[in-house]
Design a protein around this ligand. Sequence first.
Ligand code: EPZ
Length: 407
Amino acid sequence: MKKIIVNGGLSLRGKVVPQGSKNAALPILFATLLTDGVSVLRRVPEIGDVEVAIRILKSFGASVIRDGECLIVDTRSLKYTKPDSALTSKIRASSYLIGASLGRFGLVEIAPIGGCDFDKRPIDMHLAAAAALGVERFGDTLTAKKLVGGEITFDKVSVGATINALLMASVAEGKTVIKGGAREPHVLSLAEFLISAGADIAYDGDKVFVTGRPLRGGNYTVIPDMIEAGTYLSLAPLTDGEITVEGNVAVYLDAFLNLFKAGGASVTADSAQTTFRGNLTAEINVKTEPYPGYPTDLQPQLCPLMARFFGGSIEETVWRGRFGYLEALSRFGVGYTRYESFAKIHPSELKGASVHSPDLRGGAACLMAALAAKGKSEIYMPEVIMRGYERLEEKLSSLGADVKIVD
Ligand code: EPZ
């Protein structure tokens, strides 16, 4: 079994070049299935979830080749294949096959959908969006002789259901209007890719207007990963260090930057780079919300900081059960009290520990605690963290961390 060995307690300093956004690259990869052509994608992160997505694309007959900075996806001769549950059950993004396969083949057999297991993860909103565009359901099979534009209204915000709505609407006959859709940067990034492939998508207030068209190959550079950026930036106050993330990540991270400023960290940000330095000087309290609110995917990473400094609280409104990782963090000394979708983190002395990665971001939080705690820690199953973080050992080492991944 693989593990990361960490000798913690060192100050981390330096610059990080952010990877491409995991949660943008995944829907874009599935969107290539809608196109009859060759797509050229840049800044697609080399992470576990992307590797699984590529294997799913190949199972439909796509050719996917990495050529230097580019990922070249040829989807000219595809054939419908029943999705392989051994692959779909590894990633949540396999749910995008609903839109992509229906859009391309008029058919999809829903296979088990994977991803972090921190809450119920229903797909009722994805199915409602499909039904609004003329899709019929027979058990786990969805079919449409042709997708027909219509009105899709979401009563709550779902990233995945909005992505499936955009995928289907982009190739449906006629006009679709999507109301109440997610506005996360990765959802807008998918729309930009689809437009590069010939889609007709226009945003107007809280509505999105889409007119279906045949799509050709697209040409697109994936936006930087705001969650990876936020994770590395958090390491600066946590380790008394100074960390700069290059590029314009601040544009996506308003709520995160404001929280750290309120906590007393020194934050400088412009369109070229973002730097965190200095300790926290006050308690931090956060409520996660859909974009532009504080992102749930940067919630677990706050706990080691709260523990090391003045404590704090988390109200989780997106995934009400997203606290399973706290048990693993407690081994590092993090003290907490949990009340359903709310957790209070107590000021605590961090210590080295051996744990299994509880889930992707919870695993990242354990790694952060290990980096801050003096002494040795071991985190088993780093693959869970590397589902979302590219070249983890190399990037942390370049900041001065003593980390090694061994088998
Ligand atoms: C995406 O998941 C992300 N995953 C998650 O990131 C992220 O936490 C989440 O959006 C929220 O931002 C990917 O992009 C691959 P949702 P998704 O549909 O699309 C409820 C990470 O760490 N809901 O926006 O699955 C649902 O239960 C991962 O990178 C329904 O009720 O999330 C939840 O409470 C973890 N019915 C809320 O909506 C539905 O049909 C938001 O879920 C769909 C969702």
